[in-house]
Design a protein around this ligand. Structure first.
Ligand code: C5P
Length: 397
């Protein structure tokens, strides 16, 4: 088992005696890092109170489809969109029948229809009910639609019968939930990505900066989180939404970017330096707006720290990847930078071509590492990012 950090798990509880185990389930999911919200059917509330699950999950429990106050502003559509996984435990015979026929007659069934998240059911019912043909057919219908099952287990039942129908133990249910997220190339790795430009202040209203849009760095952050990594983007000022589940730290200057990166790097497996960091900053920031004067003005600039080289010099160091934006002799310069900054990999691109690079949606790059290289033909930055993440994953020690 790995972790459920950054995973939103919507736990549906329907009305069976096993509902009392959902309290333990909430705790176990949270211990692995999941954010948990709970929907209870009317029947479930006969077995365990919403207050118990509210106290454990730290979120209001959702019980009714149309009571906006009870839903605390998170209606079924918001809940459906919020969820990365809808886990229903226990799933009773009646709930399974309603899901199989596509009913939307309470909050849980409606949210099940409305969500694009995977659905994992932990059935729990009397052994005869489980073995009944009607239930078997409903289960076949649901599994043919891609719904996953965990259990039921076989054994002694609350009603005194012995047979299949007991809800699986919370531990096994949590493992099944983890397994659904465990397929990523960077599962459980921690990735830090710098993105966008830096702004180096001259006075309270002016700065030196560049045209970096941040698109490549944000596409990498998306690809990284999609690959299962716990991802942080340290970003200069850009006009881009934060990808879901990516932690974003906004900075302005190169020194602020370096501070954030140094704070993050002890817990980081992969560092990708995609930011267009200003090489120089004003030697001092004027406290007041600089006034117009003579025909000329001289600015004194000092070198900024090289962030990626600083990170590459830390011990233990993450797998460190830089970018080289070049206009000529691209591969030669990129190799030189990889050596001088002590990087594990460098991504070279030709910024003399207006159609790729800085502000465009497309890119065309060559990834270089010690002993190899791979050229990625022109494609959207999302496609390039996914391939780069796959290459990086394959080179990890
Ligand atoms: O030396 P140059 O700026 O061409 O190197 C580019 C690479 O170094 C990029 O990965 C960029 O993010 C990084 N860099 C940095 N800190 C700087 C300058 C560049 O991390 N001050």
């Amino acid at each position: 088992m790995t972790h459920l950090i950054n995973r939103n798990i919507l736990l549906g509880v329907s009305g069976g005696i096993a509902a009392y185990k959902s309290a333990e389930l909430v705790r176990k999911l949270q211990l692995l890092g999941a954010e948990v919200r709970v929907i209870m059917t009317q029947g479930a509330q006969q077995f365990i109170t919403p207050l118990t699950l509210q106290a454990l999950s730290g979120n209001p429990v959702h019980t009714t489809l149309l009571d906006t106050e009870a839903e605390q502003g998170m209606g079924h559509i918001e809940l459906a969109r919020w969820a990365d996984l809808l886990l229903i435990a226990p799933a009773t015979a009646d709930l399974i029948a309603r899901l199989a026929t596509g009913r939307a007659d309470d909050l849980l069934s409606t949210t099940s229809l409305a969500t694009a998240a995977p659905l994992l059911l932990a059935p729990a019912m009397n052994q005869q009910m489980w073995q009944d043909q009607a239930t078997a057919q409903n289960i076949d219908t649901l599994t043919s639609r891609g719904v996953r099952l965990i259990g039921p287990a076989t054994g002694e039942q609350a009603c005194g019968d012995i047979g299949p129908g007991r809800m699986e133990q919370p531990e096994a249910i949590v493992q099944a939930a983890c397994a659904l997220f465990d397929s990523g190339l960077l599962q459980g790795k921690r990735v830090v990505i710098t993105a966008g430009p830096t702004r180096e202040a001259l006075d309270p209203v002016r700065y030196i900066s560049n045209n970096s849009s941040g698109k490549m760095g944000f596409a990498l952050a998306q690809a990284s989180v999609d690959a299962g990594a716990i991802t942080t983007v340290v970003s200069g000022p850009v006009n881009l939404p934060t990808p879901r589940h990516v932690e974003r730290r906004n900075i302005q200057s190169a020194t602020q970017m370096l501070d954030q990166c140094l704070e993050l790097v002890p817990n980081c497996d992969i560092f990708i330096s995609c930011a267009a960091v200003a090489d120089y900053r004003p030697a001092s920031i004027e406290p007041h707006k600089i006034k117009k004067g003579g025909e000329q003005i001289t600015l004194q600039l000092v070198r900024n720290p090289d962030i990626v080289a600083t990170i590459a010099a830390t011990r233990p160091r993450p797998f460190t990847v830089g970018f080289a934006a070049e206009t000529n002799d691209i591969l030669t310069y990129a190799k030189g930078k990889m050596a001088s900054k002590n990087l594990d990999m460098i991504i070279a691109n030709d910024v003399s071509n207006q159609e790729i690079g800085f502000n465009s949606d497309d890119n065309e790059v060559t990834a270089l590492w010690s002993g190899g290289e791979q050229t990625l033909p022109r494609a959207g930055k999302r496609v390039i990012a996914n391939t780069l993440i796959a290459i990086i994953a394959s080179k990890l020690g």
